[in-house]
Each structure stands twice: as C-alpha cells, then as structure tokens.
Design a protein around this ligand. Sequence first.
Ligand code: ATP
Ligand code: MG
Length: 685
Amino acid sequence: MTPSINQRIKALNPRQQQAVRYIDGPCLVLAGAGSGKTSVITTKIAYLVQECGMSARRITAVTFTNKAAREMKERVGQLLKGKEGHGLTVSTFHTLGLNIIRGELKALGYKPGFSLFDPEDAKALLRDLMNKDAQVDAEQINAVQHQISQWKNDLILPTDALSHAEDDASHFAARVYEAYVRHLKAYNAVDFDDLILLPVVLLQRDPDALARWRRKIHYMLVDEYQDTNVSQYLLVKLLMAERSTFTVVGDDDQSIYAWRGARPENLVTLGEDFPGLKLIKLEQNYRSTGTILRAANTLIANNPHVYEKTLWSDMGQGAAIRVVVSRHEEAEAERVAGEILTRRIKERAEWRDFAVLYRGNFQARLLELKLQHYQIPYKLSGGTSFFSRGEIKDAMAYLRLLINPADDNAFLRIVNVPRREIGPGTLEKLANYATERGGSLFAACHELGLEQQLPQRAVERLGRFTHFIDGVRKRMDKGDAIAAIRDMLRDMDYEAWLHQNASAPTVAERRMANVWILIDQLEKSMQRDPEDISASEDTETEGVEAAISRLVLRDILEQQAEEDDSDRVQLLTMHASKGLEFPHVYLMGLEEDLLPHRNAVEAGTVEEERRLAYVGITRARRTLTLTLARQRKTYGELMDCAPSRFLEELPADDLEWEGRLDKEDPEKKQARGKDAIAGLRSLLG
Ligand code: ATP
Ligand code: MG
C-alpha cells in the first residue's frame, strides 16, 4: 500500500516537516546540497492538495532546467493519485513566462502564432541591425547581445538603457537594443529573455492581467531560488505579493548563474520585501557519504558566506575520493569510458548510475567517441551530440557520397556546401530529370540530356562538383584513402566556409577540429587488429568503405538511442547537473584554466567557479572520481596543464591519487622499477 501523505511527512526530519506544514505565510528554506530542499517542495505540493484541499490547478512550482523540472514532475507524480495532479504546473521559469505570454497575447499587443527566436536567430537580427551603421565583427555582436540580455534580466528597458548610457559604446548598444526590440515586435517574435521580461512588464502596468494571474496561482514554490535574476524575482513577487503564500528553497553556495544575471542577494531581498518571512534551515544531508560531504564542505569553506550553514551525513564514510591523472585529454576520456565499463560489473550498477560532469560541452566529444567505441549507451544533455553537429553531418555526407554516389540525401546536403552557386531551382530540375531517368542525382549530372533541361552555367557547376568527387574517389582507389579525404577537405577549403558561417573565429576553429577528429577516428577504425583472423585481405578502398559504413551505422544507432532515455550513462555540464544526483560521479578536467575557467580567473570570479565545483561534487552519492590531464589541446596546440587549485583545497587525507602529475623522468622510472623489484624480493623473503 502506498503511504499516506501523513506517513510521508513523518518520514521527514522535524525541520523538513515544519517547512512542509508551514502555509500561513512566505517561507524560505535555506540549506546545503542534498539536504532535501527539493523533497520539501514535492512533499509540500502533495500536502497542499491532499491535506489542505487546494486544487492542483492553483499551484505552480518552478525551477531552472528542463531536466530538473522533469525530475520534479516525476517525484510529484509518485505522490499524487489519479486526477489529483490535474492542472498542476511544474515547469521552468521560462515555460511559466511563455504560458503567461500565450494567455496575454492581446494585452501584450502580439498576434497569435508568434515565434520564439533562439539565440542564433537573435544574433542574425542583431547582425543586420548593427551592420547598417558600420561593419562590425562577430565579437562586437556577441558583446551587444550579452549586454541586451543583461539589461533584460535586470529589467532595464531601452529608454532606461539610453538615458543611463555613459560612454559611446553603451550608447551604441542601447540604440541597437531599442531597434532590436522594435524589430522583434514587428516580426511578432520574442527572444529567450523576453519570456520573463514581457510578463513582468505586463503585470506591472496592467492591473487586470495581474488580477487574472493572481486568481490563477494561489501557491507558488520555487526551487534553486539562489539563481533567480531580478526579472524572475519580480515575477514571483508580483504574483505572490497579495497572498504571500509561497515557499522558496535555495542554497547560496550553489549560485552558479551570475553570468546570466542571477542575484543571490535575492535571498536577502526576500527577507526585506516580506518581513513575515519564515526562515528554515536544514542540516542533514541524505545524499552523500561522509567523505564526499567533507570534501564539499572543506572546498566551499574557502568562499565568504551570507548565511553560515552546517551539513552532516550519517551515510557512513564511504570510499576515498579518487584523483586520476592522465597523460593527455584522450587518455583521460579513455580512462573514464574504460572504468565505467568495468565498474558497472564490479559495482553491480546500471549505466544510469554513472554521470560524467565537465565544465564545457566541448569536453564531451572525445568521451563520446570512447563510449561509442566500448558500446556504452549514453545520454548527452545540453550541447549537441557529436554526430548531430552540422560540421560532422557535412563530413559524413561527403564520406557517404564517396562510397555511394547514389546517396541522394548526402548529395543534397553538400552539393552547395561550401557554396558552389548551385541553387534550389537547379536542384529541382536535376531531381526531376533524375527521376525520369530512374537514376541518382549524381549519375544525372553526367547525362548528356541534362543540357536540354538546364542552362549551360548550371550544368558546368554540377559537372565541376561531380568531377571533384570522382577525382577524390580515384585517388582513394589508388592508395592512401585517408590522405585523399584530408586533401579533399583542404582543397574545397571547408574551413573557410565554416569561418563565413560562424559567429566567432574560435567557433569555426572548434568545428574544423571536430571534423579532423572524425577523420582520425575513421583512420583508426581502418587499422585492423593484426590478431583478428576473421579480417579479410581487402583492398584499401574496401577497408575505408567498411570503416565509413561503420561510422554511418553508429550515427544511425546514436539517433535511435536518442529516443530511448532509459538506462544510459549521463553526460552533462556541471551547470546542467544542478539538483540531480547519481551513485557514481566522474568530474573531468580538474585543471587550472578549465576549472576554474580562465575567463573567471581573469575576471576575478573564482568564487563562482568554486561553487560550480561544489555543485559537481555534491551530485555524488557513493563514489566520486576527479580526473585531469597533463596536456590538453587548446586552439589546436598541445598545452601543458596545471592541476586545479581546487584539488589543493580538498582534504588531502581523503584523496587517493592515481597517475603522476609530472612527466616522468626515465631515470626515475627505472629506479622506481628497481625499488619495486627489491620490494617484491624482500616480500618473497
Ligand atoms: P540540491 O541542493 O542538490 O538540490 P536538495 O536539498 O534539493 O539537493 P534533495 O534532492 O531533495 O536535496 O534530497 C537529496 C536526497 O535525499 C534525495 O535522494 C532524497 O530522496 C533524500 N532525502 C531527502 N530528505 C530525506 C529524509 N528526510 N530521509 C531520507 N532521505 C531523504
Ligand atoms: Mg534540489
């Protein structure tokens, strides 16, 4: 029998119970990681419905990431029965904003069917607007985009921005801001930050709309409150001001979104705006072993604190924290993938029990390849998986066309990438002609009859393209297939094309590097194991064809796997991991310049990086492994890396080091070998 709500509440500790039962006024739960803040929210929703008789429709719970919202929904779903949960809102702040905009289109002056601009769309609009006055580069566009986003998060409208602009640069940005807002409106479009800004502006100036939403939402719960920005806080305040019925939970040590306008001071502001605020602190951690918790506490003690908190756990000490040092980033990825493979069996764990966390999405790409190599199912959250990146899709299309000229999809993807001035009109006629002849697009380009269908220039352009591909294929037949593929990419100057289409040179460089990784991978998968007697004596071309087909298959499997979210290793950034927990956690890249990130060191925001590391560490329930590389490729160059300062801040006695920090001196290595042999001898007597 499922336990009743009262039994559920009794299973909580007294402070948690108090937080759940307190409904007379505003309530703030302030506590460290894993102390059951989210559990208070989910139990409280059930309590409001089942004990206080509040309709679920009147309850709104918000959090920050989609993943966290999904998880919260799941937890609440287990507590509510049948129709009880009908109409309940559990969403991200932005989804709540989107719903308000949808419901208030008329009041906002928008037409139905408005579109939501993603950051790339927004950037394109900004580029148009900014290029009107003078030629601007990608960096300037990024800076203005960031500035506009900050204004929106701080609820500063274009007129305020203009009147407060003190120098030419901010004056220019404010003028672009004004034009940008006007154009968005003309396109009947909103951007990401508008999802919060527009509802706040509306509720501030339109008492009818405000009354409508206050009638709708009777109780509000906010998770991860430390990461709200000014606009988000105002949204909560506007909606809740009258009734003061809300519960917010947060942890100032986990504030990691200052760069997006988050204001951890909102924790203090809340007390000022709502003098009746009830503050409840939780101290017991139910998630992690003593060792993991001690590491987290010791690390975060290096930051100044708004509120002092203590956090303890009675989960036992558990295993030591492992620190694994690898030669370079590839060895690091190999190590993590290899370990997960063996530890799954040793620990009798599921794939989903493992999570690999990192600072930036780019760190995932090598790991992805290694996981695929071992056929370990994984799920990459946020960021784009390796095979769904545009540049990888382009390169794969070239490879597919090389081994199969009849692959029309591949042909269509790259016939004009890089630009060959082959337009949609030409392609349509070519397609009609090919269908008539019952052949492929590629074959149709060679047909004499095509000249009757298309202007001379178009025929020539198509001919040049097919001739180019045929040439590469001939080279592949003759000898070094991989060299032919590498030359093909260089000859058509794919990199220049990437640069024309990227928002910044570094983005284009990273994309090109991804393509080279793919080709390296292809080369590796061609090198057959000499011990493998099943391998036939095929020619080089057959070898490359087989290797390409294997890559294509992987790509397809990957796409299918995307739909099934069940038992897979989780790959995510530390930012995206907030609120989640996993039995076994790997934290990668504990190096200076990566964690803490170089930009943060330069900007003097190491404290925020420390909080990020704190978030990462506190995701682990049973084991935590920290990894780092001695060398890493940065902007195409192999650079030496120094271990992260955060490693030094952890309790040394709890760390178990594997691998060496310095490059080993061969003499020392020999001496060590001798020592080991001597040691063995003495052991054997
Ligand atoms: P974070 O700061 O990382 O978001 P949190 O404070 O929200 O963490 P929860 O995720 O709610 O913490 O809880 C952490 C774990 O502890 C969960 O597995 C939860 O089920 C468990 N837990 C919470 N409260 C209790 C309790 N009173 N008894 C046993 N387990 C609990
Ligand atoms: Mg939580």
